[in-house]
Write a protein that binds this ligand. Structure first.
Ligand SMILES: [Zn+2]
Length: 76
């Protein structure tokens, strides 16, 4: 069985080793020791505060739900 292509970009939660700024909104500070979402895309690595992480994941779910709906439509 061929290996499945993973749709998701590399994303994981990390604990900030130092103070960081949220990649979506520079006003959002991620303090040292705070959990943040790290997304590696192409050669870039971005980190997001938990507030933005929740929005990003919610949007990803909506996008996936839309695609899954398309698949089930064409199956019937
Ligand atoms: Zn943020």
């Amino acid at each position: 069985m061929p290996k499945l292509k993973r749709l998701l970009v590399s994303a994981c939660f990390e604990t900030a080793q130092r103070r960081r700024k949220c990649s979506r909104n520079k006003e959002h500070e991620i303090s040292k020791g705070d959990k943040c979402l790290v997304i590696k895309e192409n050669m870039e690595k971005n980190n997001y505060c938990m507030e933005c992480a929740s929005l990003i994941l919610e949007k990803a779910r909506e996008d996936l739900d839309g695609l899954i709906r398309e698949v089930s439509k064409s199956e019937n």
